[in-house]
Design a protein around this ligand. Structure first.
Ligand SMILES: [Zn+2]
Length: 413
């Protein structure tokens, strides 16, 4: 929302109805004097005379235009409300990072029926700019949330909103549903039947762990081939390490230093058991010595038994499915599996695994992460170039990249 603009300006063609193309080139002058090409004009919901403008990154609703047409607006404490000529509330917006984001649309906008095929095409071509839509209906915000949360099921998204587990500003879950079939979900998720057998979980946080090493089909773009995973039986918290060779000493040591030692220091945890299959990478003298020195009891499931490994199998499948959705969505090739799995693990630890359990990390660390920093995997991202590395006064101040994760190393490529 903008009180400088005289007209409504939208970038997203699919939001229009009654649309007609401008055949003669005409321009609108934006803030800063830039001339932007008008591609067409139409209505967006109940908004009339909306210009379809090339090159704007956000859809703008003009407060000036609304005021001219009998609406009134009122701003206070970072929120702004717009009412019609009879004083009926039309929409409410909240100031966030200098953008006035529409948070509830009462009656002003009834989105036109969107042709599913067009929308799907739109999503595939411009999924990045989808993040920049300033005006979204509830259905669209749910859709974005579903994507940001790694394509988890809609009931879990709804549960997380209702329980206040996300600090994302979308509150109305009454009309909560995904409006279209999610292509990434359809292509990316396996449809095997769920496991029924599950091993009773440990009563003590960090008391029992499952460990597994999985080989991937391709070497990753970061030159790794294997994933070493540790799962805490009590909370479901997952720790993943990516390694080039079938040699796990370094990463097991990291897990002990980064996870087990701090947990022992913070709680009265003493007894730790670690369950794995009896692969040669786990069943050898070096690993035995490491675990013995750190007071960790090693347990092998030999021969392989499903009950013991049910938990890790289930979580691996969740991560597989999510990573596949992220890769499809971002259009990155399969060598990016490491970033996709890393991000999937990151999301998995921070979202609910079912509708009656808090997210694994909030159980494990006893605190809640804000999820407001999550973006759609593969979105455009800009990284600031430090002053001393810039070539001249007028060289770009940031590098353009795409978002492939949230860790220190994986922020942007
Ligand atoms: Zn999906």
């Amino acid at each position: 929302m903008d009180n400088g603009a005289n007209v409504h300006m939208f970038a997203d063609r699919w939001m229009f109805s009654d649309y007609h193309v401008f055949t003669e080139p005409s321009y609108v002058t934006a803030a800063g004097g830039h001339k932007l090409l008008i591609l067409g004009e139409g209505s967006v919901g109940n908004l009339q005379e909306v210009l379809h403008v090339q090159g704007i990154i956000k859809n703008l609703i003009s407060l000036t235009y609304l005021a001219k047409n009998g609406c009134s607006y009122f701003g206070q404490n970072n929120t702004c409300t717009v009412s019609d000529i009879n004083g009926k509330l039309l929409l409410e917006a909240r100031l966030e990072n200098e953008d006035l984001l529409v948070v509830s649309i009462v009656d002003l906008l009834k989105m036109p029926e969107i042709n599913l095929l067009d929308r799907d095409l739109y999503m595939r071509n411009t999924v990045n700019s989808y993040e920049n839509i300033i005006l979204m209906t509830i259905d669209q915000t749910i859709d974005v949330l579903h994507r940001r949360l790694g394509h988890i099921g809609k009931n879990r998204v709804r549960y997380m909103i209702n329980e206040g587990l996300t600090s994302l500003p979308y509150a109305d879950t009454d009309k909560f549903y995904l409006t279209h079939i999610c292509k990434e979900c359809a292509l990316g998720k396996s449809h095997r039947r769920p496991h029924n057998k599950s091993h009773p979980k440990s009563q003590i946080k960090g008391g029992r762990w499952y460990m597994d090493l999985t080989e991937m089909t391709y070497e990753s773009s970061l030159n790794n081939r294997y994933v070493l995973g540790f799962i805490d039986s009590h909370t479901g918290a997952l720790f993943q390490y990516f390694i080039p060779k079938k040699f796990v000493l370094k990463e097991m040591t990291m897990w002990i230093n980064e996870v087990i030692k701090p947990l022992r220091a913070a709680t009265n945890l003493e007894f730790v058991e670690l369950i794995s299959d009896c692969g040669g990478e786990f069943d050898n003298e070096i690993i035995k010595k490491l675990l013995l020195e750190n007071g960790i009891r090693q347990i092998f499931t030999c021969p392989y038994t499903y009950e013991h490994h049910g938990k890790i199998e289930r979580i691996w499948r969740t991560i597989d499915d999510m990573a596949r959705c992220l890769l499809i969505e971002s259009k990155l090739d399969e060598t990016w599996w490491e970033s996709a799995r890393d991000t999937s693990g990151y999301i998995y630890n921070r979202v609910v695994t079912s509708t009656n359990e808090p997210p694994p990390y909030s159980l494990f660390y006893g605190s809640r992460d804000s999820l407001s920093h999550l973006r759609i995997f593969g979105s455009k991202a800009y990284v600031n170039i430090p002053l001393q590395l810039r070539n001249s006064d007028h060289s770009p101040i940031s590098n353009e990249g795409i978002l492939v994760g949230y860790g220190d190393q994986h922020l942007v490529r």
